[in-house]
Design a protein around this ligand. Structure first.
Ligand SMILES: C[S@@+](CC[C@H](N)C(=O)[O-])C[C@H]1O[C@@H](n2cnc3c(N)ncnc32)[C@H](O)[C@@H]1O
Length: 267
């Protein structure tokens, strides 16, 4: 279910997202009976699926990855890379697997769809996640967008119940100001970066905090980012702390950035 789109990918492009998933979701994956992760829409080459497996196994040694692609030629091209814990299947948003995954990662997939389609795709994918239980929050869908070599990245994380958080992640050395990340907003938010919408107010406030933190630049861009995020957290529901900020990240509750007017089943 879905449409074949451009297959652009690059080795190591999704490293920021992979590391965040390993840090945030590693304990869920370790506890899962079957720690199954899906790399949905891995593109013209299987690099991102291979790397996802490597990074997940550092925190969950039993993790396995299935790359799911809607273009059969891309599945055939990936098949020679199958190995222990890594397979490739033809399919789309229906997720053609009997098991319910602990993780579905869809990077640079929805950007080529219409904004109006996002809510239904999210709902479909969330319904396929492993359910929450007594000791588990359930599976995680991570859906977002980055530039060609992964220096700027924004993603939404969703559980079986719907959207939870939005994460901004960047290589700090090349950042002019936080709103440079606007061009990498996921499809659900990229058309909402206009006055009156929460995500626009957030990036405006982030730029102001970044400007106010300019004196910290003499200690390096990392210290300036940490200072700016600390200020931002006074007014916005930032969910993480300094260990993640040091990586050039910040994560905010979805409800604070969700579109002001939306037809989404989730908002
Ligand atoms: C731009 S590539 C992204 C590759 C990789 N995820 C990355 O970020 O580098 C998008 C891929 O998603 C695939 N795709 C689009 N819709 C899909 C769907 N519904 N199910 C599975 N794959 C899909 C396209 O065929 C394309 O190969």
């Amino acid at each position: 279910m879905g449409t074949v789109t451009r297959g652009t990918t690059n080795p190591n492009r999704l490293r920021r997202m992979d590391r965040w998933i390993a840090a945030i979701h590693g304990s869920e994956l370790r506890r899962a009976d079957d720690p199954l992760a899906v790399d949905l829409g891995y593109g013209a080459a299987p690099w991102t699926a291979v790397e996802l497996l490597q990074r997940l196994r550092t925190v969950a040694p039993r993790a396995r990855v299935v790359g799911v692609e809607i273009d059969p030629a891309r599945v055939a091209a990936a098949k020679p890379y199958e190995r222990d814990g890594l397979e490739f299947r033809h399919g789309g948003f229906e997720i053609p697997l009997p098991a319910r995954p602990s993780l579905i990662r869809a990077a640079n997939v929805l950007r080529q769809y219409e904004e109006a389609e996002v809510a239904a795709v999210w709902a479909r994918l969330c319904a396929r996640l492993a359910p929450a239980g007594a000791t588990s929050r359930g599976g995680l869908l991570v859906e977002g967008t980055c530039d060609e070599i992964g220096r700027r990245h924004v993603w939404v994380a969703l559980g079986p119940e719907g959207p939870r958080t939005v994460t901004f992640a960047t290589r700090l050395g090349s950042l002019g100001r936080p709103s440079d990340l606007a061009e990498r907003l996921p499809k659900a938010l990229i058309h909402r970066n206009v006055p009156g919408e929460p995500v626009h107010a957030f990036l405006r406030d982030f730029d102001r905090a970044w400007a106010a933190a300019a004196p910290y630049a003499s200690y390096g861009a990392r210290q300036r980012w940490i200072r700016a995020v600390r200020d931002l957290a006074a007014d916005w529901p930032v969910t993480d702390g300094a260990p993640r900020w040091r990586q050039g990240e910040v994560t905010v509750r979805w409800e604070a950035l969700a579109p002001a007017t939306s037809t989404s089943a989730f908002t």
